[in-house]
Design a binder for this molecule. Structure first.
Ligand code: PLP
Ligand code: 3DJ
Length: 395
């Protein structure tokens, strides 16, 4: 299999897209499939689509496709809701499994919504739980027999620095804690071995490296030996054993389907299902090898040509996800200047310029052309233009 597979994507003319770590581009297969889901399924089938187009089976069917990309067996991943909700569900179930313990460990590299959801859940429980947020390198040292759950994102969204999932999961288990991984910046970016690492829960989003589109639903994995016993905190009817029996009392579905909540987002799941065909016939190992090669080319060229930028990501590729970040005090304005010139990355406060590497639709020529533009923006100080200083609502 050769990479990239640019033909599978709509890539706007004149753009080098280095932000697939935040929102993937539009896969061509998604255009036709979404149009068909609208016109042929919703339009023609109306309510019959639930059975005739198997809308009801989408959360499990798409979950299996994603499971195959993150090392999870069939029947252990299900789709739905936003990642924030899936974080809440995983943590709530983990705390029930360790009801005698009160501490949750996370780290300061985690994405804020994960921490916010944890804080809200712990407040709602009102049982004296504590969220302890430590530095990423201090996680292992923070584990003791008071820790109920460890909740981490494998790849830091700002620096791209990567945890060792296997080692941290083992350390959490040695301390008797439940392990939850957020794979937002891993799924479709790196090989992940959920079954091998033995974690109890994993969650992730699908709008980044999996190219499911803005607002695409999240996924949740529960280790197969636990899926029939974990208690869902959000007891929606779609997670019921028999939703269409309309019982007055909740009875969870026998396995992973209990982590469903309400009506699935059929149109977004259809888009995502088609988007995932871009992974057919390519392995995550091939994608990873190509990503590392692109990142090494990028780092070498940027450091040689742009001395004002300071590498914020680990230099060792094995300690990094599929993004490269550079620090620059005027990073926000500089990123705006780059975007104006067709090189799209993004900015994270206070000074991080982020660039994502996505070998399905990027090649070395793109990377070198992007560096030409970065060098030009820095050499000419184009970022000084006042037009680049006003902050957008979404960065
Ligand atoms: C690690 C992580 N968790 C959660 C989210 C967001 O969650 P949601 O899909 O609920 O907006 C992101 C990015 O948006 C993220 O990077
Ligand atoms: N989910 C996002 C959104 O709804 C709007 C803008 C950006 C995002 C993101 O995905 C941000 C991303 N998690 C990050 O790594 O910063």
């Amino acid at each position: 299999m050769t990479l990239p597979r640019k033909d599978l994507f709509h890539l706007p003319e004149g753009v080098i897209y280095l932000d697939g770590n935040s929102l993937g581009p539009l896969p061509r297969a998604a255009v036709t499939r979404t149009a068909a889901a609208l016109a042929d399924e919703w339009g023609e089938m109306l309510i019959r689509g639930w059975n005739d187009a198997d809308w009801i089976g989408l959360p499990a069917r798409v979950g299996d496709r994603i499971g195959a990309l993150v090392g999870a067996p069939a029947g252990s991943v299900v789709m739905g809701d936003t990642l924030s909700i899936k974080v809440y569900q995983a943590l709530a179930a983990a705390l029930e499994m360790r009801s005698d313990r009160r501490v949750v460990i996370s780290d300061s590299g985690n994405f804020p919504t994960d921490l916010y959801m944890a804080q809200g859940l712990l407040d709602t429980l009102g049982r004296g739980h504590e969220l302890r947020v430590v530095a990423p390198e201090d996680v292992a040292g923070a584990l003791d027999d008071t820790v109920a759950a460890v909740m981490l994102t494998e790849v830091d969204y700002r620096t791209g620095s990567r945890h060792d999932m296997g080692a941290i999961t083992r350390a959490a288990h040695d301390a008797g804690a439940v392990m939850i991984w957020d794979l937002a910046h891993s799924a479709g970016a790196l090989p992940v071995d959920l079954a091998g690492c033995g974690c109890e829960f994993a969650v992730g989003c699908t709008y980044k490296y999996l190219n499911g589109g803005p607002g695409a639903p999240a996924f949740i994995y529960v280790r197969p030996d636990l899926a029939g016993t974990v208690r869902p905190a959000l007891q929606g009817w779609m997670g019921h054993d028999a939703p269409f029996a309309f019982d007055l009392d909740y009875r969870p579905a026998p396995g992973i389907e209990r982590m469903r909540v309400g009506t699935p987002p059929v149109l977004q799941l259809s888009t995502l299902e088609a988007a995932l065909t871009a992974w057919d016939g390519v392995t995550m190992e091939e994608v990873r090898a190509a990503s590392v090669a692109l990142m090494e080319t990028f780092i070498e060229a940027v450091e040689r040509r742009c001395p004002g930028l300071e590498l914020a990501s680990p230099r060792d590729p094995s300690a990094r996800g599929s993004q490269v970040s550079f620090r620059f005090a005027e990073g926000y304005a500089a990123m705006r200047a780059l975007i104006d010139r067709g090189v799209i990355g993004d900015f994270r406060a206070p000074d991080i310029m982020r660039f994502g590497f996505t070998p399905l639709y990027l090649d070395e020529a793109d990377v070198l052309a992007a560096v030409d533009v970065i060098a030009e923006v820095l050499e000419t100080e184009a970022w000084r233009d006042s037009a680049y200083r006003t902050r957008a609502r979404v960065t």
